[in-house]
Design a protein around this ligand. Structure first.
Ligand SMILES: Cc1cc2nc3c(=O)[nH]c(=O)nc-3n(C[C@H](O)[C@H](O)[C@H](O)COP(=O)(O)OP(=O)(O)OC[C@H]3O[C@@H](n4cnc5c(N)ncnc54)[C@H](O)[C@@H]3O)c2cc1C
Length: 362
C-alpha cells in the first residue's frame, strides 16, 4: 500500500465534476493537491440521467463520453397536451465523463485517491481524517474544497444545515426507435418533481424525481410510466440498470466560503431546483473554486470571498427564481390545481410563463 500524504496545499473532498475540475486547476497552478473520493471507482455507480447542455460539449468531445445529440424537449402537461421546444445538448456516458475530468487532473499533477472517505474535520487545526482501505489517516491542508455532493460531510463537520433535496429513481431500458428529444412529464403523480425519458442510442434513461415528504412511493409511478411507454411501443420491458439519488433543490448555501474552506457543485447547492441539472454548474464552480484557492494561497487575500461573490453573481438569480417557484408549487401539489395545465406551465422552464415571476403569488 502506498503512503497516504500527511500534508498538502489543497485538499479536495469528492471527485465528481466539481472536485475533478477543481483538482485540475489547482494542479496546473503548481500547488500540491490531493482529492479523495469515497467511491471505489470514480463515477461508478452512475447516479444521473446523463444530459448536458450544448455549451458543455467540449467536455464530451471524445467517443466514450459522447453518446448522442439531443435537439429538443417535449413537455407533457396533465391534459396530455404537449409543448415542443428547442433544447440542444448531448447525452453522455456519465462514468466516462467524470473519469475524463479526473484523468486530466491527474495528468496536470493532482493526486487522486479512490475508496478514501473524509470522516472527520477539525477546521481550527486544518486537520482532516480520512479512512482508506479500512485504515484511518490524518492530514493537514492549507485550503479545502468541499465538492462532496448533496449530503456534504464537510458541511456536517462544520455544523452547517443539510440541504433540502428531492429523491429520484431511474431505470435504463431499451429504446425501440431513434429519438432526439428529452421527454418530460409534469403531473401530480410526481409531486415536487417530474418524470423524464432521455434517449441514448438503443437505450433510454427513464426516471422521476419527487418530494418524498409528499409521496414516498417513487417505484409505483415509475413502473406505471414504464408500462405505458412499453405499450406505446417506444420502450422495451427489460430494465438493465437501476439508480437514484438525492438532488439539492433549496438553492445556494448561506455561506460558500468559511475561513479556508469553500463549497462547489452540489455541496454548494448549485443544482437547478426545478430541473435538477447540476453537471454544468458543478464543472464551472469546480474550476472557479480551483482558481480561487490557487490565487488565495499565492497571496490574493480576497480570493475566497471573491469566489463566493462571483458564484452568487453568476447563479443566484436563476436559482432564486427556481426556489421561489418550488415554494409556490409546494402548496399546490395534491390539490385540484396540480391537475391544471395552466398551473403546471408556470412551474416548468420550457414555458414562457415560467420566466414571468409576477405570475407566482408571493
Ligand atoms: C438521478 C439523477 C439524475 C441526474 N441527471 C442529471 C442530468 O441529466 N444532467 C445534469 O446536469 N445533472 C443531473 N443530475 C445532477 C448531477 O448529477 C449533479 O448535479 C452533479 O453530479 C454535481 O456534481 P458534483 O461534483 O458537485 O457532485 P457529485 O457528482 O455528487 O460528486 C460528489 C462526490 O463526492 C463523493 N463524496 C461524498 N462524500 C464524501 C466523503 N466524505 N469523502 C470522500 N468523497 C465523498 C461522492 O462519492 C461523489 O463522487 C442528476 C442527479 C441525479 C441524482
Amino acid at each position: 500500500m502506498s503512503l497516504f500524504p500527511t500534508e498538502v496545499d489543497v485538499l479536495i473532498i469528492g471527485v465528481g465534476p466539481a472536485g475533478g475540475s477543481a483538482a485540475r486547476i489547482v494542479a496546473e497552478s503548481g500547488l500540491t493537491v490531493l482529492a479523495v473520493e469515497k467511491k471505489q471507482a470514480i463515477g461508478s455507480p452512475v447516479q444521473c440521467a446523463e444530459f448536458i447542455p450544448l455549451p458543455m460539449s467540449a467536455y464530451a468531445a471524445e467517443s466514450p463520453v459522447r453518446l448522442q445529440k439531443i435537439t429538443g424537449m417535449k413537455s407533457f402537461l396533465p391534459s396530455g397536451e404537449t409543448e415542443e421546444t428547442e433544447f440542444p445538448g448531448l447525452m453522455i456516458n456519465r462514468q466516462k465523463f467524470d473519469e475524463g475530468i479526473a484523468n486530466k487532473a491527474k495528468e496536470a499533477g493532482a493526486e487522486i485517491i479512490e475508496g478514501a472517505q473524509l470522516t472527520d474535520l477539525d477546521a481550527e487545526r486544518n486537520l482532516a481524517t480520512v479512512t482508506w482501505n479500512k485504515v484511518t489517516f490524518e492530514l493537514t491542508y492549507k485550503a479545502l474544497i468541499a465538492a462532496d455532493g448533496p449530503h456534504s460531510r464537510v458541511a456536517k463537520c462544520l455544523n452547517l444545515p443539510e440541504l433540502d433535496t428531492v429523491s429520484t429513481r431511474q431505470y435504463t431500458v431499451p429504446l425501440k426507435k431513434e429519438y432526439f428529444d428529452t421527454d418530460i412529464w409534469l403531473s401530480d403523480e410526481y409531486p415536487g418533481g417530474y418524470a423524464w425519458m432521455f434517449p441514448k442510442g438503443e437505450w433510454a434513461n427513464l426516471g422521476l424525481g419527487a418530494n418524498k415528504a409528499i409521496d414516498s412511493d417513487l417505484k409505483a409511478p415509475l413502473d406505471r410510466l414504464h408500462k405505458q411507454l412499453v405499450e406505446k411501443g417506444l420502450l422495451g420491458e427489460e430494465i438493465i440498470y437501476r439508480t437514484g439519488g438525492a438532488i439539492p433543490v433549496g438553492g445556494l448555501r448561506d455561506q460558500l466560503s468559511i475561513g479556508n474552506i469553500i463549497f462547489a457543485g452540489d455541496a454548494a447547492g448549485l443544482t437547478h431546483p426545478i430541473t435538477g441539472a447540476g453537471i454544468s454548474a458543478g464543472v464551472m464552480s469546480g474550476e472557479m473554486a480551483g482558481e480561487a484557492v490557487s490565487h488565495w494561497l499565492k497571496g490574493d487575500e480576497d480570493a475566497l470571498e471573491d469566489f463566493e461573490e462571483e458564484i452568487r453573481d453568476q447563479f443566484e438569480v436563476t436559482l432564486n427564481r427556481a426556489v421561489k417557484t418550488r415554494q409556490w408549487l409546494k402548496k399546490i401539489w395534491r390539490t385540484q390545481q396540480a391537475q391544471e395545465d395552466k398551473v403546471m406551465r408556470k412551474g416548468w422552464i420550457a414555458f414562457d410563463e415560467y420566466m414571468k415571476s409576477d405570475n407566482i403569488p408571493a
